[in-house]
Design a protein around this ligand. Sequence first.
Ligand SMILES: [Zn+2]
Length: 443
Amino acid sequence: MHDVDLLILGPLIVTMDKNERLIEDGAVAIHEGEIVAVGKRTEFESQAATETITASGQLLMPGLINGHVHMGDSLFRSLVEDLPLEPWLERLWASEREFVSYEHVALGARLALAEMIRSGTTCALDMFWFPEAGADSAIEAGFRLVTGPIFFDFDSADEISNEDRIVTGEHWLTRYQNSPLIGPCVQPHNHLTVSPEMMRAAHTLATDFGALFHTHCSETTTEVTATLEKFNRTPVAHLEEIGVLDSSSLLAHCVHLTDDDFRRLARTGASVLHNPLSNLKLGSGIAPVARMLDAGIPVLVGTDGPVSSNDLDMWTAMRFAGLLQRGVHRDPVLTPARDIIRMVTTVGAAALGLGGVTGRIQKNHRADLILIDLNRPHLAPMYDPYAHLVYSAGRDDVRSVIIDGTFVMRDRKLLTIDERAVLADTKSLAIEIERHAAVLSHT
Ligand SMILES: [Zn+2]
């Protein structure tokens, strides 16, 4: 066997490979960012490696995939609280318009990336102004990010006119098409903030570049009512009728669905991005996830922005994704833990166009891996690793994170982000944001 860059020996491996193997006392060999071999430790005794680490007493699994986030909103965490979605958005957008710039979005992205890496997330779908700031920050941090051009018809924080959105989008998608860590996505905010014509133009742009199409859909009853009044159909029906719903579509929320909506989602192959904490905190409702799974609709789990769920902790999001369905339906058999783990690994990767890249510990996949410390009272004993991951583990149990074969956190130390500088810069900008918000609330 030739030398490999990194050999990890001894962990319990939750592979999420096609047979969903669990390997006790396992081993993974990584070379040039790629997983080149996975098996039992005993099979690797003669394997030479530039670096070998022993990870006995730890669990190795694919890094978590956050299906819906607004990284730049980290700067506004807890600025606006205790309002329904629509007035809440108005207040938030007033601050965004004042403070959103390339530099500030990059700062918010670095803050979000630090939080996500610390909690074992290795890939996310991000929608925010100045998506180049998010993409550049992710590349710098060695993080896998799916993102791209934003569409929003009114009073945009990035000051790109509607006439220029397509050309700007084309430039953006061209600029990042050879970035191995960036996946392309075209992102109209919502069908009430973006006209049907612009939705169609955005969808065509996505198709032309082989990019995904990401939008918010059916989040609140207010949105559904407004859509019925304006277009005489539900949000999901509207998206299909204007021709933008297909297997490249990623719909955040889908809390309020009719029987017909279910059929449309299943027929078109669109994926749903479920954000349980955000939906609960904003009082939006509980998405019918169990029924989506029954209908074969791919469901991913996300945190949404830290303004609505207040953190980017995928462990809490996973736990709520499981608990809510059981509570609502009074059925402890729904949403088994393994299904939840699939949502944040294999299902998430496939929906983001990264099924052959990440989400599995399997030969020829990129090495996006996390190590979890099992030597903790709340994780002992362990009979069912999937149940532990969903119902017992938390973000502080994540010990090391590898993305594309490179350590980005090692023994709880971030290696690609200057966390101290990010926190200091965030605190000083927050003083200005708070002052501006105080003025707004008095006018
Ligand atoms: Zn959102």
